[in-house]
Write a protein that binds this ligand. Structure first.
Ligand SMILES: *[C@@H]1O[C@H](CO)[C@@H](O)[C@H](O)[C@H]1NC(C)=O
Ligand SMILES: *[C@@H]1O[C@H](CO)[C@@H](O)[C@H](O)[C@H]1NC(C)=O
Ligand SMILES: *[C@@H]1O[C@H](CO)[C@@H](O)[C@H](O)[C@H]1NC(C)=O
Ligand SMILES: *[C@@H]1O[C@H](CO)[C@@H](O)[C@H](O)[C@H]1NC(C)=O
Ligand SMILES: *[C@@H]1O[C@H](CO)[C@@H](O)[C@H](O)[C@H]1NC(C)=O
Ligand SMILES: *[C@@H]1O[C@H](CO)[C@@H](O)[C@H](O)[C@H]1NC(C)=O
Length: 476
């Protein structure tokens, strides 16, 4: 056998090995890479099958392909809440002076994210996907670039059926600058008339599909495509520098910044999802109207007097003492010059924050979880990920974050680790399971870790080389 053939086959074996790895990696850590409760029918399996599924890795693969999870069956009621959480993807863009190597890297990154998303979506079949904010890497981009990155998000990195994002695609393809002045006019009308303090604008009920039921299976009444929930991040709309242009285009393509959805309200297991734009709470802001809007929203939410369970989705984590997470408490404000984005018009505005302030966290937690039952908070922002319990101590001390549960009333707060390659393409997996005996929703969270982007790259490159070498060997 010629040297070329030998090299070709060696490359092929490496490529096969790498491909198997990148498509089946969740089975290597099957517990962490699946929901907390499974609904598979093990009783009908033969004894050989029962032995197989005990095996590490292979057992899990067997389950994934041959033993279906019946979680969506109609008689599985109340159904588990199955939510996949995507931490800060931060899509980068290319500029005329971007080096070619970086352009290729950005291109590959879109497909790396797609790989993680598709492998996990196929495995998990989630009801919800929550995008934890910072979908793009910078708020200081024009509408055209924002549209182009949105297109990459909905078609390339987190693809979904075209009919599920036809409005967004048309809007992006029309490529007309967002009419933020119209948005501003409507915004002021609602602000001045007090409409932002009423629930009508924010309240939704039993939504599993924003598309009139197109993606609801009539037999199971469960959604066939996940419901996307998009959380505002500082790189999407800014902190203190948020403008009407930012908000107008965000809400057009990614939905409201603040709202809630109540589920199963008239049953013994009511629960809701609360979406909160945490970038407009502490300030100071260029447009203090956005701060008023968000606090008005919290007032509207406060009036619901909710007694069910709540999943709070927001970008900035709650206040916690130094040492519990990678990021400790920190606030920065714009100066006239000398920092990224520093210009005279922004002096004094909020430039960045790691957590919400202590006072704001208290108010948010009181409003969202004060009267309710169990709950969970998912946030983004710090990229490394973190896991804490926020314990309600008493009226004086309020809510205090800790690694342990130290009170009868507590809420787990997860800072979702980023899906970016530098953070190993991590996917957050949140299960809500209703304990029918204790009549309470129990929330569980694990993270499924892939691997640094270079391995994914190596897989693509070795696959390509092995095809090329075989072609050469064939012709010469
Ligand atoms: C966005 O994409 C369109 C079409 O591909 C292109 O014409 C436009 O220049 C892009 N915008 C930016 C800011 O690069
Ligand atoms: C849903 O139905 C309403 C009323 O028929 C329509 O106005 C709206 O465009 C539909 N939405 C989608 C996403 O199809
Ligand atoms: C979230 O964003 C996607 C576009 O990326 C959009 O299709 C979807 O409807 C958005 N969700 C909401 C709640 O608006
Ligand atoms: C949910 O039920 C409560 C009472 O149980 C009621 O006050 C509230 O208006 C209901 N919410 C919705 C959205 O119907
Ligand atoms: C929420 O309502 C309670 C009274 O029920 C009030 O004391 C509290 O200040 C309200 N919080 C906010 C943020 O509006
Ligand atoms: C949590 O509590 C246990 C015992 O109650 C203690 O041993 C442990 O050190 C605590 N962990 C932290 C991080 O405080």
């Amino acid at each position: 056998m010629g040297v070329l053939k030998k090299v070709a086959w060696t490359t092929t074996y490496i490529a096969i090995f790498l491909n198997i790895y990148i498509y089946t990696y969740p089975s290597l850590d099957s517990q962490k890479c699946y929901w907390s409760h499974e609904y598979r029918d093990y009783d009908s399996l033969s004894s050989i099958e029962k032995t197989i599924i005990q095996l590490p890795y292979f057992g899990d693969l067997y389950k994934q392909y041959f033993v279906p999870d019946n979680a969506k069956k109609i008689d599985n009621y109340p159904r588990d809440i199955r939510m996949m959480a995507v931490g800060d993807p931060q899509l980068n863009g290319n500029w005329p002076n971007t080096p070619l190597f970086k352009k290729i890297d950005n291109f590959g990154n879109d497909y790396y994210l797609r790989h993680v998303y598709q492998v996990m979506k196929k495995r998990l079949d989630p009801n919800f996907v929550s995008m934890m904010g910072d979908l793009v890497s910078s708020q200081w981009i024009g509408d055209s670039e924002f549209y182009n990155r949105t297109r990459r998000i909905i078609q390339r990195s987190f693809p979904r059926p075209e009919s599920q994002c036809s409005f967004e695609l048309k809007y992006v393809n029309d490529h007309i600058d967002t009419d933020w002045e119209k948005y501003m006019g409507e915004f002021y009308d609602n602000l001045n008339s007090g409409k932002f303090k009423e629930r009508e604008l924010f309240e939704f009920k039993d939504v599993y599909d924003w598309y009139n039921g197109t993606f609801i299976d009539p037999n199971t009444k469960s959604n066939t495509e996940p419901l996307f929930l998009n959380i505002t991040g500082n790189h999407d709309i800014g902190y203190g520098d948020t403008t009407f242009q930012h908000m107008a285009r965000w809400e057009k393509l990614f939905g409201l910044a603040n709202f809630w959805i109540e589920y199963d309200n008239d049953t013994d297991h009511p629960w809701r999802i609360v979406m909160l734009n945490s970038l407009a709470l502490d300030g100071p802001m260029l447009q203090p109207e956005f701060q008023k809007y968000t606090w008005d929203f919290l007032e509207a939410l406060n009036k619901t007097d909710y007694h069910g369970s709540t999943i709070l989705l927001t970008h900035i984590p709650m206040y916690k003492r130094e040492g519990l997470c990678k990021d400790g408490p920190n606030f920065e404000y714009y100066t006239a010059s000398g920092c990224h984005g520093c210009v005279p018009e922004r002096v004094g505005l909020l430039k960045s924050q790691n957590h919400l302030s202590k006072d704001t966290s208290r108010k948010v937690l009181d409003v969202v979880f004060g009267k309710g039952k169990s709950g969970i908070i998912l946030t983004g922002h710090d990229h490394y990920g973190c896991d804490n319990y926020i314990n309600f101590i008493n009226e004086d001390d309020g809510w205090v974050a800790d690694k342990n549960i130290t009170s009868d009333k507590w809420i787990r707060e997860i800072t979702v680790r980023s899906i970016m390659g530098d953070f190993d393409g991590t996917m957050g997996i949140m299960t809500g399971h209703f304990n029918t005996e204790e009549k309470n929703w129990e929330f569980d969270y694990t993270q499924c870790v892939f691997i640094i982007q270079h391995v994914w790259w190596a897989t693509q490159v070795t696959t390509l080389i092995s095809i090329l070498l075989h072609s050469f060997a064939f012709f010469f």
